[in-house]
Write a protein that binds this ligand. Structure first.
Ligand code: SF4
Length: 63
């Protein structure tokens, strides 16, 4: 699901401490820097926050 990462989203993300990146997902494997389901993580990672091309992963499960 594509998100509009505009100013309003960033404000709400900070206000509600939203978690939606791979690093906050139970399926993320830090040791291998990968998704346990084998999904590509590039557009869901925290490191990509500076871009406007991020997407929300429907398989995300908060830790
Ligand atoms: S399920 Fe989605 S959000 Fe979770 S680690 Fe895999 S790609 Fe990232």
């Amino acid at each position: 699901m594509k998100l509009e990462l505009g100013e309003a989203f960033r404000e709400q993300e900070a206000r509600f401490s939203l978690r939606w990146n791979c690093e906050d997902c139970t399926r993320f494997e830090p040791a291998t820097d990968s998704c346990a389901h084998g999904y590509p993580t590039k557009t869901h990672r925290r490191a990509g926050r500076a871009t406007e091309a991020l997407t929300f992963c429907k398989e995300f499960e908060a830790r």
